[in-house]
Design a protein around this ligand. Sequence first.
Ligand code: M6R
Length: 614
Amino acid sequence: MCGITGYIGYDEAAPLLIRALKKLEYRGYDSAGVAVIDNERIFVRKMKGQIKLLDESLLSFPLGGKAGIGHTRWATHGEPSDINSHPHTDSEGRIAIVHNGIVENYIKLKQWLQGRGVVFRSDTDTEVIVHIINYFYRGNGGGLLDALIETLKLLNGSYALAIVSADYPDRIIAARKGSPLIAGVGKTGSFIASDIPALLEHTRDVIFLEDGEIAVLYRDHIELRGSEGEALKRETTHIEWDIESAEKGGYPHFMLKEIFEQPKAMSDALGPRLKKDSASNTIIDFDEVKLDERWTQARRILFVACGTAYHAGIIGKYALEHFARIPVEVDIASEYRYRRPVFDKNDIVIVISQSGETADTLAAMRLAKQNGSRVFAITNVPGSTLSREADTVVYTYAGPEIAVASTKAFTTQVVCIYLLALELGRLRGQISAQDYQRYVAALSAIPKQARQILDKKESIQRLASRQFNKTKMFFMGRQFDYPVSMESALKLKEISYTHSEAFAAGELKHGPIALVDSDTLVVTFATQKALFEKMISNIREVTSRGAASLVITWEGVDFFDTVSDEIFTLPETEDSFSPLLAVIPAQLFAYYCAVQHGNTPDKPRNLAKSVTVE
Ligand code: M6R
């Protein structure tokens, strides 16, 4: 979704704003713009298209000034166009704002303003905000902050806002409700942005604004205010991520880099949670989560998430039922929050979100909390809204994930879920000491095995070059292979724009097989040994209807050669841990298909990294 940034300090603002916007590019956008204050006047440059066009324009015709705001727009109200791009200004061009979010009551507010003679230039919901600020600023005789406070009271919906005014060249004002906003003071000035990567090169000590809060940025300090303007104090949060982790580091795309970072990311997720006991056995030490009676006696666990994180939740259901023998349900956050779910105060609700800012996931978490459930969050972003509001947080330690298509965030979420499932299984007496040791050893070996898979990337690249033109690509599997199929189909559709679906292989004959023809590739995950024979039948069913076939199975399993044209093998682990390995060739396949199609895998069309609107 939209990205916001702002800078006030000792250096020229425009180049810094452009650098920050480039760090926010991954969020998805269709236009970009900046507003800079110079000599108590505001100068705006904005346009449809990529940031590099804006950058080129600013290099040819620079805008001077040491304070400014910037924006990448992901169109919601009004088509992508120069005029609809942010920043938007009031009629006199004395106030400029950038906005991430949606003003739900903008039509009513627009009519109200039009009734007072305001002429609108854009089709956006955002433009109403700047005109209302101006209305209060001119009418009430107070300062800019007072005008903003009055304005915010009228807005329904969500916003992260940054505002500059020619009358206040010494400050930027920012406000948040429902959309993320982070501020920090660096050596050359103060910064504000929608996400951490935009601030990393200036500071790692940041303030996460909470809903209803306002930040006033000066060159060398930031004042935090409440919704009525009252002064607030907040400790800064130190971000461990380094700058390199948010750079491509020699890879052509962030997505490929992030796929290759998975061995390290999974190690980082496992490392702090494994330790040796007195007999030198490796055991799980999940001390962030107090696995007390509420956990061990839980009658039901519920996973709630969106997209890829939802797929991690389905693996969570299979894992917790398998290892800990607890009934588990999985819900899509946007379904959970709008239907009438049955609450039980003994439920444990596990919300999963890479960003910790997904609007539907946050709403689902709040609903569960209001109804007495204990909420446990799995997230990647320290300081995110989810991490601050959940009762317990487990970090995935994947480092910044920039590509829109989630890869290392997914595998690290699944690692955390397996740790939880195994430990809960042990505490509930569902896993013998011997099996527990075997499982922990197998889990510890996964990062090394993931590296072995990545070493075979060329074979997936070749496969993609042979198959990328198929118009339909289906993924199927049973048990743990089913959620992996779902995740693989999502990855492929997101970045290659190929029609892809996932099927529980047992469902094939209940409908999906009608779609299979010679223009179809069927990717079969076959890692559940007890079900090999059933999978062979399923593969025969699709190949006999003309489909090309790829089977992903364990090394040393040779009988799929007789039924499938293409085989990709994985180093063997426990069947129940197969998702952590099997998803990797599927991620690579999606990536290489996207590249073959000439798409930009990091920034797929119509998608945004962090879905902060509902
Ligand atoms: O930040 P979250 O994990 O809450 O994001 C949830 C989904 O929006 C996200 O997983 C999305 O499906 C990805 N683009 C998948 O690659």
